[in-house]
Design a protein around this ligand. Structure first.
Ligand SMILES: [Zn+2]
Length: 118
């Protein structure tokens, strides 16, 4: 088992459970990255009934968001707050929050390809 925390929300933008914190996410084995041969964790989104990879979150983390912060941001989105308000609450730059949201969107497309290959 890879040392990856189970995320609590779906990162796939076209999923009905996108960023829903009521959704159930579980481990779903691993998959191999063709280019590097690395194994990565895969997850299953129960609400949307699809697999996705841990890479969905990597862009977010690279942009200096912690899992906890991102989870908080997810909740705030759920409460209907805008990007600027979330940035204010988390004391982050607006562009950082925008980057998190865009990161999810970018990776969603790659997941879609990933899921189709599985
Ligand atoms: Zn989903």
């Amino acid at each position: 088992m890879l040392n990856t925390p189970v995320p609590k929300f779906c990162p796939r933008k076209n999923c009905p459970c996108y960023q829903s914190l009521d959704n159930k996410i579980t481990f779903d084995g691993t998959y191999k990255v063709k280019s590097s041969g690395e194994r990565r964790q895969a997850f299953y989104c129960h609400g949307g009934q699809h697999r996705f990879s841990e890479m969905a979150y990597s862009t977010l983390f690279k942009k200096q968001g912690s899992v906890k912060e991102y989870s908080q941001a997810g909740k705030l989105i759920k409460y209907g707050l805008g990007v600027e308000q979330i940035a204010d609450v988390l004391e982050r730059d607006v562009r950082t929050i925008e980057g998190w949201v865009e990161g999810i969107a970018d990776k969603s497309q790659k997941f879609h390809e990933f899921v189709q290959k599985c």
